[in-house]
Design a protein around this ligand. Structure first.
Ligand SMILES: Cc1ncc(COP(=O)(O)OP(=O)(O)O)c(N)n1
Ligand code: 3NM
Length: 196
């Protein structure tokens, strides 16, 4: 089952909050730590798993199929520089696989190659990542809807999460809309309500 609300987690976040976030209804956690070594990423993934497993939340690892398998994560999220979805599906038939997509054609290709969902963005301007294309908004998401479950990403807050759902998104993924809020748990609850 594809989560409706992915919270992206790195080792610099407040990991002690993870059980409360999962209890509040955050049903997906993506381990994304660009500065971690492979071993640190495996350990972080195990910590995240252990923090949220009693709430049945889904844990995926960004970029790394090997780490997802080694750490017992449910899935992996793959971008353009990562192992191709087709190869990941071949070596990991049971993993949940997400693929970054920027238009309807990429979503169709990801579906053909065996992805379970598409991370679709950037929908709005983001402070969390540079080098992205200009944000393309909810119209592009609506146009790409119907091939795979779409997870909207980029500048998502609770209001925008509701808009993304109305435009056809299955769910959303967030960094700043949760971790950079004055009270991340309150923000998480608002996001959970918005994607319900
Ligand atoms: C849900 C979701 N969508 C898109 C991305 C971006 O992944 P990627 O293209 O691999 O870029 P990095 O996250 O590695 O910078 C994502 N992580 N999650
Ligand atoms: C990691 C990432 N990937 C994106 C993409 O569009 O591929 S946008 C993004 C950052 C999302 O962070 P925030 O919720 O703070 O905007």
């Amino acid at each position: 089952m594809v989560p409706k609300l992915f919270c992206l987690v790195s080792s610099s976040d407040d990991l002690a909050l993870l059980p409360a976030l999962a209890e509040a209804g955050v049903d997906g956690f993506q381990v994304r730590d660009k500065s971690a070594t492979t071993r640190e990423l495996v350990e972080l993934t195990r910590v995240v798993r252990g923090s949220v497993e009693m709430y049945d939340a889904t844990v995926v690892v960004n970029d790394r199929v090997d780490v997802a398998l080694a750490a017992g994560a449910a899935g992996v999220h793959l971008g353009a520089d990562d192992l191709p979805v087709r190869e990941a599906r071949r070596i990991a038939p049971r993993l949940l696989i997400g693929a970054t997509c920027r238009d309807r054609e990429q979503v169709a290709a990801a579906a053909h190659d065996g992805a379970d969902y598409a991370g679709f963005g950037p929908l709005f301007a983001t402070q969390s990542k540079s080098g992205l294309p200009d944000p393309f908004g909810l119209g592009a998401l609506a146009a790409a809807h119907g091939v795979l479950p779409l997870i909207g990403i980029g500048g998502i807050d609770a209001v925008r999460a509701g808009g993304a759902r109305a435009a056809g998104a299955h769910g959303v993924a967030v960094i700043g809309g949760l971790w950079r809020q004055p009270d991340p748990l309150v923000a998480a609850k608002e996001l959970v309500t918005a994607v319900a």
